[in-house]
Design a protein around this ligand. Structure first.
Ligand code: ADP
Length: 766
């Protein structure tokens, strides 16, 4: 049991335990604390029927009202508290509603009048009247204090500050030596979240407690009865007796809602172990859920009058309300932050020549996207780790396991070792993982790691000097911590919906980029850089193409296509229409890429370009080409216009002519530093001297950086580049050479109209 709960007094006559069986931390969940059969003696309890007939009384009644009241026979309430007071109580009884509090003056036998704080409630057809004597004329509640406290609470900037303020206010109000705000976690465990105390007391701030510290039935009572007080832990319980005393035995009344309810001896022992003399706890209830407790301790007996207790209850309610607002604001702030980082990261990735560099080279990095200890990006041969992650060999083994066992594209777990026992080896850094699979087949993963929760908690409370040495070892905070730590072993903090969403978006973006690259850019860059090397070693251009296409490109491209087809087959049913459409585009584009690779291979094998002409409807061809660039339209602010409405059908090698358009559009985007990149594709009838087999002149026009006319010829020479190697996304300078060759093989020609800073327009015929 906890040091903070005031629960009921277990008696062995209950149906849950046999005599002699002791209540311990494991079975105290079953202790019937709501039917303790006794009360604390700082007040008296009288149970009566609707007619005012007394059914129960606490044994200490005589201490307050003298021996003259005989309870050997049936009796009426008025015989104990007098005519006038009884009339007030009976009147209150008539009002509907829950528990009632009212001051009650009762004339004593000696003629004096004693003021009581009275509480009345109805439970299981018994009216329960509790009377606590008030010193003198009682105390008035200071509402100004409440107002001022409210204002301070609202000014707090964080939940921690808020909790500190409420602890401070309650300590000022009640004079308790120690006031703690205790917060429950989802698993039922709890932590001392804020603390106000006398200077010479040991701090409990940061101490963690397992869920077993506060048994289930106590939590239920806390929701029903938001404030419990034990003014003196050394009290002798006052038994509740049936009236008349020698009449038929009635079942012990249910005291769930009674403030005087006696407390479990286990709990009392716990408090004594901690040298606590008086204790009070107030529930913090948020959205009908027990968020936590405000727990107050004092080294010696201390009573708080009912009006002040009510004020504490009000403060706890105000705290819960303001806390809700603050938590929502913080959550919103965090999700905003995730969105911002996501935006910046997306820009880095889109700009980077190699998108994996964009993930970890700039600021922010992929690790900043999600709150974590560390992050790994593993793409083929490339492996990069950021922050604190498990050793590389462990991560690679984990990736193997993910590949074989996890089908989800976005997978998360806050207790990995439960699913993957080898994960226990690195639970300190990676009890929790959030993984996205870019390609399961190629084992391309990004994984965020979260450390074990025990490693992230405050350990202040653990230091030996802070541990209260208890006679009963089982009921000491130290044991509580150890038990708690055991329970949260191999668990991390949980992943939030906003984080899973961000990971999913990142995955979507990367898949788009991979597609685009496999469709065009990567293909070309890879081919051309290899080509460059091959050319340098004086092999023929055709041989180089053959080598690269057959060995390096065919397999990965086929992999993409097969993988995408599998996804469509296996998960078609769970995808929405948009998802299916994207997948189909993926399959279509990768099959195009495959054809391209195949045709390059063919082309090189024959040692000369052999065209495969057919009647090609350009109205069908162009949208396919444009689709390849579409994922970049928004992120890079590209507007692409296809002019002329209906395009002609012309005889050409469809794949090659697509490649011509792709090359020119890709250059139009690449060599462009305008905010909004405008590209226009169009055609017109060819003039007689324009050498066009189809009878048309086609063009791709841009508003980019333009080309100085003195280089107009040179740019068609292989490996000729006008800009620095890495400027404008870099390239190998072979694109236009290939374009020109394709066009010339079609009997056409290519030329341009361009000046520096004035955009370019490439014309071609075929
Ligand atoms: P790369 O593969 O490097 O882009 P290309 O053969 O396609 O090579 O182009 C050769 C050079 O011509 C480029 O390096 C660039 O300097 C210039 N260039 C090509 N297209 C454009 C354009 N639309 N606007 C400005 N410069 C261009």
């Amino acid at each position: 049991m906890t040091s903070f709960s005031n629960t009921g007094n277990f008696q062995e006559r209950g149906s849950y335990f046999t005599a002699g069986e002791s209540v311990n931390l494991n079975n105290c969940d079953k202790e019937p604390i709501h039917i303790p059969g006794s009360i604390q003696p700082h007040g008296v309890l009288i149970g009566f029927s609707a007619e005012g007939e007394v059914l129960y009384k606490s044994a200490n009644l005589e201490d307050f009202f003298g021996e003259t009241v005989s309870l050997q026979r049936e009796c009426h309430l008025r015989e104990i508290i007098g005519e006038e007071a009884a009339a007030v109580v009976i009147e209150k009884r008539k009002n509907s509603g829950g528990k009632k509090y009212f001051p009650l003056e009762i004339s004593q036998k000696d003629g004096t009048v004693q003021l009581f704080d009275a509480q009345l409630h109805l439970h299981n057809a018994v009216y329960i009247l509790e009377l606590e004597p008030v010193k003198g004329k009682g105390t008035a509640v200071d509402l100004d204090y409440f107002n001022e406290s409210m204002q301070h609470l609202q000014e707090a900037v964080s939940p921690e500050e808020l909790a500190n303020i409420v602890a401070q206010k309650i300590r000022q109000l009640t004079g308790f030596g120690r006031v703690m705000v205790y917060r429950f976690n989802e698993d039922g465990s709890g932590v001392v979240f804020a603390e106000e105390k006398e200077e010479d007391m040991d701090p409990f701030l940061g101490l963690w407690y397992p869920a077993t510290d506060i048994p289930q039935q106590a939590r239920k009572l806390y929701l029903q009865n938001p404030l419990r007080i034990i003014p003196d832990v050394h009290y002798t319980p006052s038994e509740i007796k049936s009236v008349p005393e020698n009449g038929p035995e009635r079942p012990s009344p249910d005291l769930s809602f009674a403030s005087l309810r006696s407390v479990s001896p286990i709990h009392i022992q716990y408090l004594k172990n901690m040298e606590v003399g008086a204790s009070m706890s107030v529930s913090i209830i948020q959205k009908n859920r027990l968020w936590g407790l405000i727990a107050c301790h004092h080294p010696v007996a201390r009573h708080i009058s009912y009006p002040y207790r009510q004020l504490c209850e009000l403060l706890a309610r105000a705290f819960a309300m303001v806390l809700g607002e603050k938590e929502e604001a913080l959550q919103w702030q965090y999700s905003q932050q995730v969105q911002e980082v996501k935006k910046a990261l997306f820009q880095n990735i889109s700009k980077a020549e190699n998108f994996t560099d964009g993930l970890h080279n700039g600021t922010p990095t992929v690790m900043d996207l999600i709150r974590c200890g560390g992050c790994v990006v593993s793409f083929g041969e490339g492996y990069t780790s950021l922050g604190i992650t498990p050793p590389k060999e462990e991560v690679l083994a984990l990736i193997d396991w993910l590949q074989k066992n996890i089908q989800e594209e976005v997978f998360s777990s806050r207790e990995l070792p439960d699913l993957y026992p080898e994960g226990e080896k690195f639970s300190d850094t990676g009890s929790g993982i959030l993984a996205i699979a870019i390609s399961q087949v190629q084992k391309e993963y990004i994984i965020w790691f979260r450390p074990e929760v025990v490693h992230t908690v405050t350990w202040a409370g653990r230091q030996e000097k802070n541990i209260v040495e208890a006679g009963d070892e089982q009921l000491s905070p130290r044991n509580s911590f150890e038990a708690w730590a055991e329970l949260v072993r191999n668990k991390s903090e949980k992943w939030l919906a906003v984080e899973l969403e961000a990971a999913k978006d990142l995955r979507g973006l990367i898949v788009d980029i991979v597609l685009r690259m496999s469709g065009q850019l990567k293909l070309r860059a890879d081919i051309l850089s290899r080509l460059n090397e091959e050319m340098n070693s004086s092999k023929s251009e055709m041989d180089s193409f053959a080598y690269i296409a057959s060995h390096d490109l065919k397999e990965p491209v086929r992999g993409i296509q097969t993988y995408a087809s599998f996804v469509l087959e296996d998960y078609g049913a769970v995808l929405d229409e948009e998802g299916k459409a994207k997948l189909k585009t993926l399959i279509r584009l990768s099959s195009r890429t495959q054809q391209l690779v195949d045709s390059l291979l063919q082309f090189s094998r024959m040692g000369r370009m052999e065209l495969n002409p057919s009647d090609t409807d350009l109205n069908a061809l162009l949208p396919d080409v444009v689709d390849i660039f579409r994922p970049r339209f928004t992120t890079e602010r590209i507007s692409l216009e296809i002019q002329n409405g209906v395009w002609p059908t012309v005889s050409c090698d469809e794949l090659r002519i697509s490649e011509v358009f792709m090359n020119l559009i890709s250059n139009a985007i690449k060599y462009n530093s305008k905010e909004e990149k405008r590209i226009t594709i169009g055609f017109r009838r060819a003039g007689e001297d324009e050498k066009s087999p189809s009878g048309y002149v086609f063009f791709v026009q841009d508003n980019g950086i333009g080309i100085n006319p003195k280089f107009h010829k040179e740019i068609f020479t292989i490996f000729r580049r006008l800009n620095a190697r890495d400027a404008y996304g870099g390239g190998t300078g072979a694109g236009l050479t290939i374009t020109k060759k394709i066009i010339e093989r079609h009997g056409g020609r290519i030329w341009l109209n361009s000046e520096l800073d004035r955009g370019s327009c490439f014309y071609f015929t075929f």
